[in-house]
Design a protein around this ligand. Sequence first.
Ligand SMILES: [Zn+2]
Ligand SMILES: [Zn+2]
Length: 250
Amino acid sequence: MFLTQGIYDLDELARFNLHIHTNFSGCAKDEMSFQNIVSTAQKAGLQMIALCDHIYEPEDLPEFIESCNNLRILRDELNPDIKVLIGGEFSCYASDTYTLKGIELDTEYRLYAQNHFHVTGWEQPAEKTPENYKELTKVMLRNLFKDKAADTIAHPLNGKYLTKSTGWSDEAVGSCWSDNEIGDILTEAYNSECAFEINTVAVMADAPLARRMFNIGKEIGAVFTLGTDAHRLDSIDPKNFLDDIKRILL
Ligand SMILES: [Zn+2]
Ligand SMILES: [Zn+2]
């Protein structure tokens, strides 16, 4: 496991931002160069960051690997005094496969998104209901857990990616999860050495779900990471979001 025990002190968790996109991700701003990201994180007093660009299907890996290699070169040159992990936001896009299924990749952090249901080609339930998306989420995550394939699940269980295509509220899928089901999936994640992300964007989108995940997770000893899903420099410092996050989670 990436962090071996649960930290529930949000100020302590906010020393790390383990979900930052560089400008390799088309959705991130041009300003998200390695140098700019690192100097912003240093100024914010962060101790560790993870660079996690989007990577979907195995066919896209050559370009992604080249970008990671370039980031490693920049890290060697700059030799920053904070820890910079070069990983990816990989994709658990189907119930029987995921980006690195059967693939050995030298990566430092395997953050996995499972709920990018808005992405073309992502598996959908036969009948599109919030309940069915919840059930599909369980199947997809269990397939990932079975192989211990992920270090952390990005914006877990959150239904915000479905709102545009369905007209549902941000909370429609999250409210389908019972406390017992949340406890079970967090336990399964823990047993497969996988953390759940406190994703600042997702926490704001579905506050009740985030609060339940955090409190149930604390009870069972789950491991959480903190990530802001930064696509721009002013989103790199988690402290900027901490008042809102504390108000929601605590
Ligand atoms: Zn994502
Ligand atoms: Zn992201």
